[in-house]
Design a protein around this ligand. Sequence first.
Ligand code: KET
Length: 440
Amino acid sequence: MNSSSADRRLSTLSRHLAGTIRNEGSGISSSPTSAGNSVFANVVRAPEDPILGVTVAYNKDPSPVKLNLGVGAYRTEEGKPLVLNVVRKAEQLLVNDRSRIKEYLPIVGLADFNKLSAKLILGADSPAIRGNLVTTVQCLSGTGSLRVGGEFLAKHYHQRTIYIPNPTWGNHTKIFTLAGLTVKTYRYYDPVTRGLNLQGLLEDLGSAPSGAIVLLHACAHNPTGVDPTLNQWEQIRQLIRSKNLLPFFDSAYQGFASGSLDKDAESVRMFVGDGGECFIAQSYAKNMGLYGERVGALSIVCRNADVASRVESQLKLVIRPMYSSPPIHGASIVAAILKDRNLYHEWTLELKAMADRIITMRKKLFDALSARGTPGDWSHIVKQIGMFTFTGLNTKQVNFMTQQYHIYMTSDGRISMAGLSSRTVPHLADAIHAAVTTVG
Ligand code: KET
């Protein structure tokens, strides 16, 4: 899809979200008292979410061989969800501490959690943190952090257009549109090379209006698994700074790309290191396995400490009427782990083990397809980074794999490698082989 057709699709979607497109013939129901007729009789059934809806379909399938490779959620070799040992330990510490209470947190969340989260993404020795240039607020995981950042920008920033990569995580468009921003896309992925379209990216950002916001995936780009090299990041940084564009990082996979927390933060640190301003949304869903605890943070790096503190005062006005203050449990787990040397070290080992298991799955799937002589070049399976493989399978092939093999994945051909195990690789390889050889 080229950028202009992607933009047309976005503008239709944004009118949908704003509620200005209605079904033919629908109108406000005449009277709430008319017998047997609901005042909501005209509500149209919404489609399932393109990612979370895959799990809904999977749950309905009675087949014993079914496999859910839709949502990006880590599974063990046994195919089970994983609670990290270090998380269990931290929870035990919290439970044993009788001095802990359940009072409301402040609007901005748990102070320790905020400080430690900024340190985790920016680095322990970050001059921006030392200079009090960073304001961090605890939010409802990555999604909530993006939304709070989006709402703040729509209210206080002069340029309301945000450029997101094409393709990107499907929820980005909805989050930023509903926050009140205008969403446009920039070229990112080249399906021919299955790599980064750096030229297209630089051209599109080069022609963006001065000041426009640019959404960047800090690492492990979802859904493509294609990240810029450090050299390419540097070119992107120079362009963004020279045009006064405003970078907004989505960091949902720190530690999951390379297995190293510091390495996966290099892109962000490069931008913060130049002294310019930037936004960062962090999620602990994947790297601490805290999915359902909804724990994340929004950091805004400002030019000076006074601006940072005024920005924070306005973030509170965004948060208070939205959900008042964030939940206490998940953030307490994260803070307990980040502040204790031993727990932190244990976390890095468990994180590395998750990242390594995913890399092993990549090798196994690649070998299984090679062994079957499946037509095509599958080297991207081992080259791509992070939780997902962007297979290149089309929607028809995906549907075929779901119907014939009970394998569930998003219709764009993305598979969550974290949901795969040694036991299920052969089944997936059989399905891909059959899809490629029988469905065009
Ligand atoms: N950013 C990206 C790039 C992302 O992939 C996700 C989740 C999030 C933010 C938000 O995660 P949170 O749980 O709010 O911290 N992605 C997976 C789950 C989902 O779609 O909700 C996914 O793509 O499968």
